[in-house]
Design a protein around this ligand. Structure first.
Ligand SMILES: NC(=O)c1ccc[n+]([C@@H]2O[C@H](COP(=O)([O-])OP(=O)(O)OC[C@H]3O[C@@H](n4cnc5c(N)ncnc54)[C@H](O)[C@@H]3O)[C@@H](O)[C@H]2O)c1
Length: 364
């Protein structure tokens, strides 16, 4: 089978994870070009790879099968639309875009063109998570009563000062939009229902940024279950932790990661631990190496996208996931702005930029 041609647009922090993932999938994909407005960034990432400054020229000349969109979030929309219209599948970093309408447009374009989008929603690709998802969906744990997540991903001024776009409403959003969107996507996917209402509050406690560094929200789902969300970058930088729990009639599932170390606690309705059987099933399904998948989930995202293209199916974290997670997030921000609950899905556009001035007018 001919290898799929990959191009990375944006050669910063996350691009190095893409590079490793492409290398791990080198029997099926080949990195053909890098694009960045900074030649230095591209050379630092991979000195020998052909380099372009202009993504349009690069797409025209290289005609990649897959474009990895790893530029600041505020640029995702224009590049995603251009690349799909020019025949490319996407590995699109999160968040899909900065507004609900833009994200819906990207999702609709993916349907219209048949081009696949795998979102950089890494948590869906952690080991065991897929098995838990399938079991909840099949009813193994009975009805879902509620779910919760926390993302305590501390970042200091060094991180926020490392690029001008970080922490701005226009190009990044805050702790909820950048760090927590993975977990919001995951929780909604695992619970297997759709949010119909959002309530939330956001704050600025520590970081010197325009957007939130702390947010808490509640989603009401269409089956009556509730989801609680806590996301922050205020916690210590050397103690990154994220965790979800899904509570069901006949079991409780908790999984998380702290200081790079994953943890699992899956119990049935009588409190019996099921961890061992899930680990064995993961090994049987994808081999023992797959248990290390949390170390670079981008490898699993590339494998999934390649299979999705080969077999004409949707990736695990597809365009719909990208659109709905932005729509939910925009509902959460809108609820904070209005100080009232907001119906989901949104019936009119809301963008991260609509939050501009929020902290100036309300105080943190
Ligand atoms: N899935 C994940 O785990 C994960 C982790 C980190 C970041 N991200 C996402 O990845 C994206 C990039 O984040 P980052 O931390 O790597 O950012 P970064 O600032 O480190 O890198 C962005 C790069 O894009 C380049 N760039 C800017 N404008 C460009 C343009 N018009 N054309 C080409 N290149 C351009 C910059 O020069 C820079 O090298 C963001 O959307 C972020 O939310 C995802």
């Amino acid at each position: 089978m001919e290898k799929l041609k990959v191009m990375i647009i944006g050669c910063g922090r996350v691009a190095s994870k893409h590079l490793k993932a492409i290398e791990k999938n080198k029997d099926r994909v080949e990195l053909k070009a890098l694009v960045d407005v900074s030649e230095e960034a591209a050379r630092k990432l991979s000195p020998g790879t052909p380099f372009y400054k202009d993504y349009k020229q690069a797409i025209e000349e290289v005609k990649p099968d897959i474009v990895a969109v790893t530029v600041p979030s505020g640029l995702h929309y224009e590049i995603a639309v251009y690349a799909m219209k020019n025949g490319c599948n996407l590995l699109l970093e999160k968040p899909m875009s900065m507004s609900s309408n833009e994200s819906r447009e990207i999702y609709e374009l993916s349907k219209a063109t048949g081009k696949k989008i795998a979102m950089g929603h890494i948590y869906r690709y952690f080991p065991i998570v897929g098995l838990v998802h399938d079991d909840i969906k099949a009813g193994r744990f009975g009805k879902v009563t509620h779910g919760s997540i926390f993302v305590r991903w501390g970042h200091g001024d060094d991180y926020y000062g490392s690029a001008a776009w970080r922490g701005t409403w226009k190009s990044d959003g805050g702790a909820l939009m950048n760090q927590t969107i993975h977990a919001i996507d995951l929780l909604v996917w695992l619970m297997g229902s759709s949010p119909v209402e959002a309530a939330s509050m956001i704050s600025q406690r520590k970081a010197h940024i325009e957007a939130d560094d702390l947010g808490m929200a509640i989603l009401k789902m269409d089956d009556g279950s509730l989801a609680s969300i806590e996301g922050t970058t205020c916690t210590p930088e050397n103690d990154h932790a994220a965790e979800f729990t899904v509570f069901c009639e006949n079991g409780v599932i908790t999984m998380g990661i702290r200081r790079g170390k994953p943890s699992v606690n899956i119990r049935d309705g009588k409190g019996k631990k099921l961890n061992g059987s899930y680990i064995m099933r993961q090994i049987r399904k994808s081999g023992p190496g797959s248990l290390l998948g949390a170390l670079n989930p981008h490898t699993a995202i590339y494998s999934d996208l390649i299979e999705a293209i080969d077999n004409d199916r949707q990736p695990v974290a597809d365009a719909y996931a990208g659109y709905t997670s932005v729509d939910n997030l925009m509902g959460i921000y809108k609820a904070a702005k209005l100080g009232e609950t907001v119906k989901l899905p949104l019936d009119e556009d809301f963008s991260s930029e609509d939050m501009k001035g929020y902290f100036e007018s309300k105080g943190s």
